[in-house]
Design a protein. Structure first.
Length: 138
C-alpha cells in the first residue's frame, strides 16, 4: 500500500432541523468491516498522536468534533489531510505511517479499525518502518 491509497470519503448526511445525522456502515461506506472503535479527546495544545504504522490494520479517521491534521507517508511520498467535518473521514490502508496534530480545543477524533488491537501489528520506530517498506532513511 502507499500514501496514494489514502483518501477522504464523504459519509451519508441526513439533514434535519432537529440536528443532522451521519452514519458509517463497515464494508459499505468504508472498505472494511469494523472490528474496533476508539477515540482521542482532551489532547493538550501542541501535542501529537499516532506516530506509527500498522502491518495489517486499516483505519478510518473522523473529526467527530473540532478539527485536526493527519500526516501520512509511505516513506517516499507525504500527504496531509485537514479534517474538520463529521461527515468526512480519512481512509488509511495498512503500512502507511501516520501522525495526527494541530488538534483544536474540544476536538474528538474517532477511529474505526479493521482489526482488534494487537501490539505486534504496530511499527512504532520510523527507521524500522522505512526499512520494512524499502524506503531510504530520512
Amino acid at each position: 500500500m502507499s500514501v496514494a491509497d489514502c483518501r477522504v470519503i464523504e459519509l451519508p448526511r441526513i439533514a434535519d432541523p432537529r440536528g443532522n445525522l451521519t452514519f458509517v456502515e463497515g464494508a459499505n461506506h468504508i472498505p472494511f468491516a469494523i472490528a474496533r472503535v476508539f477515540y482521542l479527546y482532551d489532547v493538550p495544545g501542541g501535542e501529537s498522536r499516532a506516530g506509527h504504522a500498522q502491518r495489517g490494520n486499516e483505519m478510518f479517521i473522523i473529526a467527530a468534533s473540532g478539527s485536526f491534521e493527519v500526516h501520512a507517508t509511505d516513506g517516499r511520498e507525504k500527504r496531509s489531510f485537514f479534517l474538520n467535518r463529521s461527515y468526512y473521514g480519512l481512509y488509511l490502508p495498512p503500512m502507511v505511517w501516520r501522525e495526527i496534530d494541530n488538534f483544536s480545543s474540544g476536538s474528538v477524533c474517532v477511529v474505526l479499525a479493521s482489526q482488534p488491537y494487537s501490539a505486534e501489528d504496530y511499527y512504532r520506530d520510523f527507521d524500522e518502518y522505512l526499512a520494512a517498506v524499502g524506503a531510504p532513511p530520512q
